[in-house]
Design a protein around this ligand. Structure first.
Ligand code: ADP
Ligand code: ZN
Ligand code: ZN
Length: 649
């Protein structure tokens, strides 16, 4: 009977705390408990139990409740947590908390219908056979399927997974955090039946917990899920798949700011398993690793679904008055008359983009954040997409009083209205975060689109990826450059990636699929290379630029954000931190800033950042880690550290 337990908390304090355990054997390593900590009852993670009291004389508090009846984590996961804690500069408690599902005691629930596994249907093409053979002939290694959309990457992942299961090992299959990837989930369920466990954000916390326990008990050996599924408590992982490797959702936006790709590499190295990543548009970092030979790359150039890659036509929107150009309209008519379908893609929700004064240039921004407000017609409000603040639309410039004001740009809601007017009688549906928030609505719409009950699907990111609709002949990108003006060195990379991904939805099953890209910057490099489907050409140019500017992949970055209500205090804290870091670095890296974050205010908090750039990662890492743990921020100032940041906004 262990009388004491060592607890970790999801707090930025990197140590465990001893508590009295009145529950005996009901409380063991790997369980979650409730215990008082600094005046509040918190969830604690039991790291160890022991009989002897700790040395020293201090009051030992008592565990109040045990939340689980079986352990949720074991030493393997704790070791991974220790690596995370070191790598991402968070506490072990924060790392463990990020891995575990948050649900209450499990309830058994049926997540999916009984599925009988369906065997493979077709013979592999040589561009699939070759990578598959090489991958399964190695027990471990890192591979990349650099293949155009529709080149049959999924089938390679599935066969590699089958092989891994036959070896008696287990599989993690990661998909991006967008609800639409349910197409992939269905395929995996079909192929592997009840050996599959799902871990993604659409599940309720207790469903996640229930799936987590099935995995731990060995009842499921294939885990499909988004980012955090990389922590699935599987034994003997023989394969991790990262589908759509370039996706931003693989990087966590909260502490610990881990990247699933980095964690997957670590897990594969620890467990001697294989890692297969794949995309038509790899991240530049991954592309660089392929060139270096760190990743074994396979190119897959042929579309197996039959269709050729669609032709991409560029329309210069500087000469257009309306958001749907004449060219796009004509193409749409033709495609609809032939009985085919259309996807229109736009990167912005809402009706119009922002309020703009033609006299003084004033833009209506959020009072609490420094981002422009978006007009939502149905609600008749200007809404902040960061904090949700909303205000009434105005007809007069609040800065100079001019009446010459307007709403520039356009969102999905606005386009919907324009398209409805142009094509009366056609069935048009909009898919974005506003419409998809209704449960099941998204799935229903996509189902309808697949059954050709909808002619035109209009949407944001959500329609961009992973979807496979045989009837789509035309994809229109309403405005390609919405991301280009962002002050982030990855803006071009993201833009071309998105354009090629969206284009890939067109003509999956026909010879003459088409894509029309409307843009205000027809001469932009990302736009020009996208037109030729030449992502490699873009990468070659972009690598030169990154080398000149000393940005990743030629350097590594760390980002430190300082956040607080008081701008002066926040800035001073950032300066002090920078000074201390400078001393500790002794030349191992260089500090950019501190400066305002591009999004300088969020929810009333000012934000400053410094970027540490380096070619000696481990020395800089050590310095930053030391500085961060010895630095005492002023009250009310919060410090966030991001190792290898992907967004700098
Ligand atoms: P990717 O994942 O590379 O985008 P998909 O896995 O979506 O490509 O494959 C595109 C289509 O080709 C799918 O409809 C798939 O069923 C089909 N397909 C895959 N492999 C083959 C094959 N060897 N022969 C015929 N069709 C195939
Ligand atoms: Zn004005
Ligand atoms: Zn706001």
């Amino acid at each position: 009977m262990s009388k004491f337990a060592e607890l970790l908390f999801n707090l930025p304090v990197n140590k465990s705390f001893t508590y009295r355990n009145p529950f005996g054997d009901e409380c063991t390593n790997g369980m979650r408990v409730k215990a008082p900590f600094r005046g509040r009852e918190r969830t604690g993670y039991v790291l160890a139990t022991k009989d002897d009291p700790p040395e020293g004389t201090f009051e030992i508090k008592e565990i109040t409740r045990v939340l689980d009846n079986e352990p949720l984590f074991d030493d393997t996961l704790v070791s991974l947590g220790e690596w995370m804690s070191g790598m991402y500069m968070c506490s072990l408690g924060e790392a463990i908390a990020a891995m575990l599902p948050g649900g209450k005691r499990e309830h058994l629930q049926d997540l999916y219908d009984e599925q009988t596994p369906v065997p493979d249907r077709f013979d592999l093409h040589s561009q699939q056979q070759k990578p598959l053979e090489e991958i399964i002939s190695c027990q471990e290694g890192m591979f990349y399927l650099f293949g155009v959309t529709g080149s049959g990457k999924t089938e390679v992942y599935l066969r590699a997974a089958e092989h891994t299961l036959k070896e008696g090992r287990s599989v993690i299959y990661l998909v991006p955090e967008i609800s639409l990837t349910h197409q992939v989930i269905e395929i995996v369920l079909q192929r592997f039946g009840d050996q599959v466990a799902l871990l993604h954000s659409a599940l309720t916390p207790s469903q996640r917990l229930s799936e987590w326990m099935r995995i731990r008990r060995g009842q499921a050996r294939v885990v499909v899920g988004a980012r955090s599924a990389v922590f699935a408590p599987l034994e003997d992982i023989g394969l991790i798949v990262i589908d759509e490797e370039h996706e931003g959702s693989y990087k966590s936006g909260r502490t610990p700011r881990y990247h699933a790709r980095q964690v997957a590499m670590k897990r594969c190295a620890l467990q001697k398993g294989r890692l297969i990543m794949g995309s038509a548009t790899p991240s530049l970092e991954a592309y660089y690793l392929m060139q270096q030979g760190t990743l074994t790359a396979f190119t897959m150039e042929k579309r197996l679904s039959g269709g050729e890659l669609p032709k991409i036509e560029i329309v210069d929107m500087r000469k257009e008055e309306r958001p749907i150009s004449r060219t796009l309209e004509l193409q749409m008519r033709q495609v609809l008359n032939e009985g085919n379908q259309i996807i229109l893609f736009l990167n912005r929700r809402g009706f119009s983009y922002f309020f703009h004064c033609h006299t003084c240039g004033y833009e209506m921004k959020c009072r609490h954040c420094s981002v422009s407000l978006t007009f939502h017609k149905k609600k008749n409000r200007m809404i902040c997409h960061y904090c949700g603040f909303s205000s009434a639309p105005v007809q007069v410039c609040s800065d100079c009083g001019s009446l010459d004001v307007g709403y520039a740009g356009f969102g999905t809601e606005k386009i919907e209205q324009v398209v409805e007017a142009l094509f009366p009688g056609r069935r048009i549906e909009r898919v974005d975060a506003d419409t998809a928030s209704k449960k099941g609505a998204l799935k229903h719409t996509l189902e309808q689109f697949k059954n050709r009950e909808i002619d035109i699907l209009l949407g944001t990111q959500m329609v961009a990826k992973g979807l496979n609709f045989p009837g789509v002949k035309l994809v229109g990108i309403v405005l390609a450059d919405t991301g280009l003006q962002l002050p982030d060195f990855r803006a071009s990379e993201r833009t071309i990636s998105l354009m090629i991904q969206v284009a890939g939805r067109s003509g999956r099953n026909m010879e003459d699929g088409k894509v029309i890209v409307q843009t205000l910057r027809p001469d932009n490099e990302a736009v020009r290379f996208a037109q030729k489907h030449d992502i490699q050409g873009f990468f070659t140019r972009e690598l030169e630029t990154r080398k000149q500017l000393m940005f990743p992949p030629y350097t590594r970055l760390f980002r430190v954000v300082f956040r607080g209500k008081d701008p002066v205090l926040t800035r001073n804290t950032a300066r002090e931190f920078a000074d201390e870091l400078q001393k500790s670095l002794s030349g191992a890296g260089s500090i950019l800033g501190p400066a305002d974050c591009p999004i300088a205010v969020v929810s009333g908090n000012t934000r400053f950042q410094l970027i540490l750039r380096t070619t000696s990662f481990s020395r800089s890492h050590t310095s930053l880690s030391r500085t961060a743990s010895s630095f005492l921020p002023r009250k009310g100032i919060y410090i966030e550290i991001d190792v290898d940041p992907v967004a700098l906004l």
